[in-house]
Design a protein around this ligand. Structure first.
Ligand code: FES
Ligand SMILES: [Fe+2]
Length: 437
């Protein structure tokens, strides 16, 4: 099926996106937003759910791919399907709950069309009215449309709306070096699996989705945006179990401790940054030791050392998700409109870890990333202010030029903006200027 034609003239993205800056129109223009939904969210591998949320037949969660509603559901053969959440009859949203179990069928609330959990139409009430004229077994027409590409990595389920003919690579290649970050996150669970089926923090931000994704490997902002979280010595509260002190928020005029944090751009606009300047030498204590002891039941001491050594802080899988190691969470970014974004934060439980460790991780996440947290509330306020400030027509550009002269093409210090530049060059432009398949 062909993508709809747009009646407005397509913007010239070479004019809007420069190597060191982008136009304010990218945050303000609803037409640009429509294109992003088609070109980026209509093609990229998007994170939708975790296997632990749907362990049994009929278990489902609902999600969005861009603005399109989908159902992630487990069929009786164990296979996970991603179905468009749209009745094949007259288009009604089929499932309205966020999660649950539907048994072995999905039934539409409007006229009772009933589908199998793999999307096939099982029955249309009073079917005789269609007999002879329509083939109700024609899945393309009367079944629930399936998202063409679905895959998972270490339990994290991604899907892509790109058809098979699209040169978009498979999930492992798309994730690239990001897989190493996901491996570390999951390997911290002594059982080798994580559980994302607990609660969720949700909030809608009055800002553009890119503001959140540009913030997550931005180590220039913490000493300023989060100044209220530090003591007189610019030391933040103790974040993790086992640390004897918190992040040092160093805000000198020249240089910064945050420059010691590595930031690395990956293909397709993804990236990760190294661990924050925690006080590593002093990590320990009974809980930390108990965690290591559980891991040693499954791994050599050398491997345990490797697993418990922070390699990254935030992994961004552009454009839909962030995974954070220290506070053990997965964060989804759902664009609603050019000036509205929903953010969801799901705690990740480490299976096989002492219960108190998982309690501490959730407690830490509540302090840093709930709607009323000490950290993320500062950030979302800045996303709102970005959207408000860009209403000014006095200046056109949003700058990402820090360390432009001395960074490698994809690697820089923590306060560099190389990762945002990479989001635009290796992600945004590639999608926006690419051919729709
Ligand atoms: S719209 Fe679903 S059965 Fe009619
Ligand atoms: Fe922040």
């Amino acid at each position: 099926m062909n993508a709809p034609d747009f009646s407005f003239p397509l913007p010239d993205f070479d004019e809007l996106v420069h190597p060191d800056r982008v136009s304010r129109q990218l945050y303000l223009d609803p037409a640009v937003f429509e294109l992003e939904m088609r070109q980026i969210f209509g093609r990229a591998w998007l994170y939708l759910a975790h296997e632990s949320q749907i362990p049994k037949e009929g278990d489902f969660v609902t999600a969005w791919m861009g603005r399109q509603p989908v159902i992630v559901i487990r069929h009786k053969d164990g296979k996970v399907h991603v179905l468009h959440n749209r009745c094949a009859h007259r288009g009604v949203l089929l499932v309205t709950e966020e999660r649950g179990n539907t048994g072995n069928t999905l039934r539409c609330g409007y006229h009772g069309w009933t589908f199998r959990t793999n999307g096939e139409l099982l029955l249309a009430p009073m079917r005789d009215a269609y007999t002879g004229r329509y083939d109700m077994n024609d899945h393309e027409t009367f079944g629930l449309a399936r998202v063409p590409r679905v895959d998972s990595y270490r339990g994290f389920i991604f899907a892509s709306l790109a058809p098979a003919s699209d040169p978009m690579p498979g999930l492992p290649e798309f994730l690239g070096e990001g897989r190493r970050c996901i491996d570390l996150l999951v390997d911290r669970a002594p059982d080798g699996e994580v559980d994302v089926s607990g609660g969720v923090h949700k909030y809608v931000v009055r800002g553009n989705w890119k503001a959140q994704i540009e913030n997550l490997n931005d180590n220039y902002h913490p000493p300023f945006s989060h100044a209220c979280t530090t003591d007189d010595n610019q030391r933040q509260f103790r974040r993790r179990y086992g640390d004897d002190s918190g992040v040092h928020m160093d805000n000198r005029e020249q240089g910064s401790k945050f420059d010691s944090v590595d930031t690395v751009g990956l293909d397709w606009g993804s990236s990760y940054c190294g661990p924050l300047p925690f006080n590593h030498d002093k990590r320990g204590g009974p809980l930390f030791d108990a965690h290591c002891a559980e891991l040693r039941k499954h791994h050599s001491p050398e491997k345990v050392e490797e697993i418990m050594t922070d390699f990254f802080h935030n992994l961004i899988v552009y454009p839909s998700v962030v995974m954070q190691l220290a506070s053990s969470h997965v964060r989804t970014i759902r664009p609603i409109a050019h000036d509205r974004t929903e953010i969801r934060v799901y705690p990740i439980r480490l299976k096989g870890a002492p219960e108190e460790i998982n309690r501490q991780l959730v407690r830490y996440l509540n302090v840093t990333h709930s709607a009323g947290s000490l950290i993320q509330s500062d950030d979302v306020e800045m996303f709102r202010r970005v959207q408000s400030g860009l209403a000014s027509e006095a200046q056109e550009w949003v700058w990402f030029n820090r360390h432009m002269a001395d960074d490698g093409p994809r690697r820089g210090g923590g306060t560099s903006e190389v990762v945002m530049r990479n989001q635009y060059s290796a992600g945004y432009l590639r999608y926006m200027q690419g051919e729709v398949q």
